[in-house]
Design a protein around this ligand. Structure first.
Ligand code: SDX
Length: 452
């Protein structure tokens, strides 16, 4: 099993050309002083720290950039996932998502994302063995999950359970030891489905099911969710494959909100379980991984496709969002949504067609023809159709973001490790523009006047 590597960019000719020839530089004139500054351009970016030389007075702090929500800021260099939002392209380590969804499986894709290459047969067998022999959790986790209220949201339970792993595996703090990181990665990928299944079984009042390590990753997850009194659970192969493909599609997505949380929290050198709990919490938000749950709730609210025009009108008047539409990066159709839409047909062959699909298709049809959405480049994203499949497979909507978290775990750990190995990275600590009070003296209670 190889060790992950730091992000070594694959140099291309234009990147290798030097700054000194002046062709790879930006000249900035500060009109306040008339001074000019030459900034090196590298990978079509300038270093924010190079701006600090721009001052009016010598004791000024120097120039910064202001970029709320990091709309136009690269926080890291990475060789893991490439997205071209305008062209609707998504590649893991250079492999198009469409090919991986068709030809690969989730654990092989997880290996690719983490180690950078598709595994050989031997590497894959060792990898699968290592993951599937780390699916059990400490027995005390059952008492921990039992402590939640009967109707606790499974994402709330998952966030807490992932964080709790750090209390059982105290060796996980040795994050700069490659073999320790490897073991924690086995544990996180291996145990996420178990924790997710425990949360689900608690919410439906059924006994916990132990992992069956003879099964596939997705098959074992279905086993832990759905097994009742049979001796050996037999997953439906179509649903098992569909879930595996959905995990592939969710495995990484460069610097999304939850991955940024993993990197930021991980940059404090906390253990990976605590960082993954922060990432899971970020994913819970309805603007991020919680969107697939919000899509189903939206379809329930619309109730019938005849109500779609009225709903679209409300959205255009700013009274709500078309959940599952729009994306910070994709200004074209999310390539994952295309794959999921085809996958839905295969799943519905087995489960029966989800009647809400008619509402979703009508929403898409109208939105893609409407100037409001066209102008804002709003297309279906990964969450628009995934929930329909999950619901048809029998998952309650509250479990949808939990499924997203299982799929995203390889991406989180790969990005976390890339951050740790990147010699340019240190603890994440952004600056601010302070617009508050200047210094002022403490006022005793008796002298404070009621503000208007
Ligand atoms: C995921 O980052 C990732 O990679 C995430 C993800 C991953 O794999 O990790 O791809 C997974 O999170 C997918 C996105 C799931 N979220 C949703 O489906 C929620 C609905 N979508 C949005 O809230 C929104 O599109 C975001 C949050 C996804 C992106 O928002 P941005 O980039 O901050 O865009 P914005 O909110 O500034 O919107 C730009 C304009 C605004 O209109 P104006 O103010 O210019 O008039 O587009 C409008 C927004 O009002 N708009 C929408 C809309 N999304 C944006 N209008 C209606 N419905 C929507 N869904």
């Amino acid at each position: 099993m190889p060790n992950a590597k730091a992000p070594q960019a694959i140099e291309t000719n234009d990147q290798a050309s030097t700054f000194l020839n002046g062709k790879n530089s930006l000249t900035i004139t500060d009109n306040r002083t008339g001074k000019q500054y030459d900034m090196r351009i590298e990978n079509d970016t300038i270093r924010a720290m190079d701006l600090r030389q721009i001052k009016v007075k010598d004791d000024d702090f120097g120039m910064m950039t202001y970029d709320p929500a990091f709309m136009n800021t690269a926080a890291c260099k990475s060789t893991i996932t490439y997205i071209d939002g305008d062209k609707g392209i998504l590649r893991y380590r250079g492999y198009p998502i469409e090919q991986l969804a068709e030809k690969s499986n989730f654990l092989e894709t997880a290996y690719l994302i983490i180690y950078g290459e598709l595994p050989t047969k031997t590497e894959n067998e060792e990898w699968v063995y290592n993951i599937m022999t780390h699916t059990l959790v400490h027995e005390n986790m059952k008492k921990f999950v039992d402590g939640f209220h009967y109707d606790a949201h499974p994402m709330g339970m998952l966030i807490c359970s992932v964080a709790a792993l750090s209390t059982f595996y105290t060796d996980a703090k040795n994050i700069m030891d490659p073999s320790c990181r490897k073991l924690q990665i086995f544990r996180l990928i291996g145990k996420m489905p178990t924790l997710a299944a425990f949360a689900y079984r608690h919410s439906v009042g059924r006994p916990y099911v132990y992992p069956d390590n003879d099964m596939s990753y997705a098959g074992n997850f279905l086993n832990m969710l759905l097994k009742t009194t049979e001796l050996k659970y037999k997953p439906n192969p179509v649903l098992e494959r569909a879930l595996d493909v959905l995990f592939i599609l969710h495995a990484d997505h460069e610097q999304n909100c939850s991955t940024s949380a993993m990197r930021n929290v991980g940059s404090s050198h906390v253990d990976p379980f605590s960082a993954a709990a922060a990432a899971t919490a970020a994913l819970y938000g309805p603007l991020h991984g919680g969107a697939n749950e919000a899509v189903l709730n939206m379809l329930d609210e619309i109730r019938h496709k005849n109500n779609v025009p009225a709903f679209i009108k409300e959205v255009k008047e700013g009274r709500g969002r078309l959940m599952g539409f729009g994306h910070r990066v994709y200004k074209n159709y999310d390539p994952r949504a295309k794959v999921i839409k085809h996958l839905a047909d295969e799943v519905f062959e087995v489960t029966g067609r989800n009647p809400k699909l008619d509402i979703a298709l009508e929403l898409e049809r109208i939105a893609l023809e409407d100037e409001y959405f066209i102008k804002r480049k709003l297309y279906p994203n990964v969450d628009f159709y995934s929930g329909l499949i999950y619901q048809a497979m029998g998952f309650p909507v509250e479990m949808f973001p939990v499924l997203f978290a299982i799929g995203r775990t390889p991406g989180w750990v790969a990005q976390w490790e890339e951050m740790l190995l990147d010699t340019e990275q240190k603890i994440a600590r952004p600056r601010q523009i302070y617009l508050g009070h200047d210094t002022r003296d403490y006022t005793m209670m008796g002298k404070r006047t009621q503000k208007a």
